[in-house]
Design a protein around this ligand. Structure first.
Ligand code: SF4
Length: 305
């Protein structure tokens, strides 16, 4: 993909399942809130990911601004809403330099966080970076709401997919992310991701080199929804993938006053529900799993600009 061709991909934007059809190349924005040039809020060595991703030296995380999902409880609320004005605007060439810089700092991988609305540019950046000496794996870290057609642009460029699977119930995903089709879209996206990577590969150094980790952040009062998601993942992929069951849901209204949480989400996840879900996961025979010892709230969150 040539950098000169990139604006064409944004002219009538159908990149994600929202299919807004707006001309991002000429200043219009759609649901994700972003123009055609990726804004990187933060690039850092991240030590808070799963151990097979963060390792000892950290994962080279690149946080993009904007999001095509915008969950009402978003744990990255301050950069997901749209442009912050503090992000660094990056061409594909700039992004490739950023990746190489993180590799030079010792990152185990390049961890692309919520880049779904910039897929064409990120794909081009990965091609440039591989040509310039990027040898560490590329990780796609997303909310799981992506179109198969766009994911195909990443085929052969991403080594590890790390999507969320957030909701099972259409009512829940409609209420919390304006996406009643979330589960169907996410299931198809994860199928495509698995087609691209195949079963998980962990090398002797304890790091993932290839494969998929599906994350599920448990929400208060939604244990049934969690179990339906675990049923789906275990029956479809079993131990060919890793499942990361996350308990750090935090109602961040105190931190972001403009965040409007529904009443049911203004509390923390009961530890007993988390333990029940972890037991359920084990009862399904899933040993390739990450579970957490305690809820960490915002301690796991990077300090965004
Ligand atoms: S990437 Fe943004 S503008 Fe394009 S379809 Fe998705 S939400 Fe709409």
């Amino acid at each position: 993909m040539h950098e000169d061709d990139l604006p064409l991909r944004y002219e009538k934007c159908l990149i994600c399942p929202r299919r807004c059809g707006v001309d991002r190349a000429n200043g219009r924005t759609g649901f994700c809130g972003m123009g055609a040039v990726p804004a990187v809020n933060l690039a850092m060595l991240h030590h808070g990911e799963e151990p097979v991703i963060s390792g000892t030296q950290g994962s080279g995380a690149v946080f993009f601004e904007g999001c095509s999902l915008k969950c009402s409880f978003c744990q990255n609320y301050d950069i997901a809403r749209g442009p912050t004005g503090r992000g660094r605007l990056c061409s594909a060439e700039d992004l490739s330099s950023l990746f190489l810089d993180l590799q030079a700092q010792g990152a185990h991988n390049i961890n692309l966080v919520t880049g779904g609305h910039f897929i064409p540019t990120i794909a081009a950046a990965l091609i440039f970076a591989r040509g310039k000496g990027l040898i560490i794996p590329a990780v796609w870290n997303s909310g799981g709401y992506e179109s198969v057609e766009s994911l195909k642009m990443l085929d052969g460029l991403i080594d590890i997919y790390m999507p969320d699977m957030k909701f099972f119930s259409p009512r829940l995903s409609a209420d919390l992310a304006a996406a009643p089709d979330y589960f169907d879209v996410c299931s198809e996206a994860i199928d495509e991701m698995y087609r691209q990577t195949g079963p998980a590969v962990i090398t002797e150094d304890g790091l993932m080199k290839r494969g998929m980790i599906v994350r599920h952040l448990m929400l208060p009062g939604q244990l049934f929804d969690t179990k339906k998601i675990l049923d789906h993942l275990c029956s479809r992929y079993g131990n060919n993938i890793y499942i990361s069951l996350m308990n750090q849901y935090t109602p961040f209204e105190y931190k972001y006053p403009s965040m409007k949480l529904p009443p049911a989400l203004k509390r923390k996840l009961p530890q007993s529900h988390y333990e029940a879900a972890a037991d359920y996961l084990a009862s399904l025979g899933q040993f390739n799993a990450f579970v957490q010892e305690d809820a960490s709230g915002d301690e796991l969150l990077p300090d965004f600009k």
